[in-house]
Every structure is written in structure tokens, then in C-alpha cells.
Write a new protein. Structure first.
Length: 149
């Protein structure tokens, strides 16, 4: 067994991963509570995660109907799990600064793909980081949108 990370070390690892990570899994649920999971490109702006999807998609509908989402990154032996809430949505063609930042961070621009794309700003409320079962205890690095270290 390797040495367990402190909350400070886990937070540092999460921040590095969010800066480097371009693709995450995004889970939403509709009004009936039926889960829906997609892969998304995400830009960490230092406070929020910004994701893009088509405004007519099931994901967009779920995001409009319920503000709570879950995102995941990593492998089973190095997990980052993020609970977040939608704080803003805007059409991609109406948000040039967001679109430019997103394009630089993830390597593609929804405005160039076609019409109907939107950005969703997701504010983390809880972040967990753990490497295997040994690190399940103490896995929270953020609660109530506040870093624990």
C-alpha cells in the first residue's frame, strides 16, 4: 500500500488534473429521474467547469430542468468525482469570451462546428479524489463549494 495523500495533496492533484483534463463524463437526469451520461469537453476556468453541448440535446434539456449534475474524470484507481450545479447557460455564438477560452483550453470551438451549440457553466459543490479503496476515507476535497484545504 502506498502512502495516503493528505487533503492538501489531493486538492493539488485535482487542480492539476482539471487544468490538463479536456474530457469528462457528465451525468444528468430528467424530470422523471432517468439518468443520462455523455462524454463532454470541459474547460476549468479556475472556479467553474464550462461544457458545451447542442441546445436541443437530451443533456441540455436535463440541464435546463434540474441544476444538479455529476462529472467524473480519471480511472478507477485515480478518481475525481465532481457534484456541481448549473449557474449559467448561453448560446455559443453569443459568448465570444467564453467560446475563445473554451477553444484554447480544449482544442475545438463549438461555433465552428455548427449552429445550436450552448455553453453551460457548472459550479462544483463537492469534489472527491481517491486512488483506490484505501483512499475512500477522507476523499472530500471540497464541500458546499468550499475547498477543505
Amino acid at each position: 500500500m502506498s502512502e495516503l495523500r493528505t487533503v492538501e495533496a489531493r486538492k493539488a492533484d485535482v487542480l492539476v488534473a482539471l487544468e490538463r483534463q479536456r474530457d469528462l463524463w457528465l451525468a444528468t437526469a430528467g424530470a422523471a429521474g432517468r439518468p443520462h451520461l455523455i462524454a463532454v469537453s470541459a474547460w476549468w476556468d479556475g472556479t467553474d467547469l464550462v461544457v458545451a453541448t447542442t441546445a436541443t440535446s437530451r443533456t441540455a434539456s436535463n440541464l435546463a430542468g434540474g441544476p444538479h449534475v455529476r462529472l467524473a474524470a480519471g480511472a478507477p484507481n485515480d478518481v475525481i468525482m465532481i457534484d456541481a450545479r448549473v449557474v449559467e447557460s448561453v448560446a455559443a455564438n453569443q459568448a465570444p469570451e467564453v467560446a475563445d477560452g473554451f477553444a484554447i483550453a480544449v482544442g475545438w470551438d463549438p461555433r465552428a462546428v455548427g449552429e445550436g451549440w450552448a455553453f453551460y457553466r457548472l459550479r462544483p459543490t463537492r469534489i472527491q479524489a481517491y486512488r483506490g479503496y484505501d483512499e475512500l476515507e477522507g476523499r472530500d476535497v471540497m464541500r458546499n463549494s468550499r475547498w477543505l484545504a
